[in-house]
Design a protein around this ligand. Structure first.
Ligand SMILES: CC(C)(COP(=O)(O)OP(=O)(O)OC[C@H]1O[C@@H](n2cnc3c(N)ncnc32)[C@H](O)[C@@H]1OP(=O)(O)O)[C@@H](O)C(=O)NCCC(=O)NCCS
Length: 184
């Protein structure tokens, strides 16, 4: 086979793999129900080091917030929680347990739809400076960085001492980064 032939064969294999993966990974999204609450509690502690999440100096308890669960068959594979205040919706947590299958994208879409239905005109989220994956994820989905709160984590740690000093990619966790998407 020529080099060009090998290349196109390789590309076809990638396309086939992606196609079969998207068929195999059919998810469904459902609002958090009462029977999900114990799982939500457990996931929040596991993923966020405590039952609370702090953003902009405010303590949130995701286990009692509205949100959506992503199901793959009988398995829960993702969770989003959010809060609505003054026509604005803040994503508090977003977690995917089978990455790069579209789970977080579907959860974010569900939260956005719920925000629109509640009359919100802004969807926003706080992440930290080490979370390059989240910065990429949100910007690829129409969010823009609107504010950087330098050294905000000093205050957050007073409310949640369990926030580690070092985060993803061994980057010191220091700043809060605000991203938003206009819903109109
Ligand atoms: C950031 C995070 C939420 C992303 O979750 P995810 O489920 O992997 O996200 P998705 O699968 O929807 O999208 C990720 C990428 O996979 C790609 N993808 C989606 N389905 C795919 C498929 N079937 N095959 C190959 N790639 C696919 C998407 O196109 C996307 O790439 P892009 O950004 O270039 O478009 C996840 O890494 C996570 O849980 N992080 C820890 C918690 C966190 O930081 N949360 C955010 C702050 S609140």
């Amino acid at each position: 086979m020529t080099k060009r032939g090998q290349e196109s064969d390789h590309i076809n294999q990638i396309h086939r793999a992606r196609f079969s993966k998207s068929i195999m990974t059919s998810h469904s999204i459902a609002p958090i129900h009462t029977q999900d609450r114990d799982w939500v509690k457990q996931i929040i502690v596991e993923q966020w080091a405590s039952s609370i999440v702090v953003t902009r100096g405010q303590v949130h308890r995701p286990a009692i917030l509205p949100g959506f669960v992503c199901w793959k068959g009988k398995e829960r594979v993702g969770l989003v929680t959010y809060r609505v205040e003054k026509q604005e919706c803040e994503i508090i947590t977003l977690n995917s347990f089978t990455e790069r299958e579209g789970v977080a994208t579907e959860l974010l879409q569900a939260a956005e739809k719920a925000a629109v239905q509640s009359g919100c005109n802004r969807l926003w989220v706080i992440t930290t400076n080490d979370n390059l994956d989240a910065l990429r994820f949100y910007q690829r989905r129409g969010f823009t960085i609107t504010k950087v709160y330098t050294d905000a984590l000093k205050e957050s740690r007073k409310l949640k001492p369990k926030i580690p000093e070092t985060g993803l990619y061994e980057i010191p966790i220091r700043d809060e980064i605000e991203l938003e998407k206009n819903l109109h």
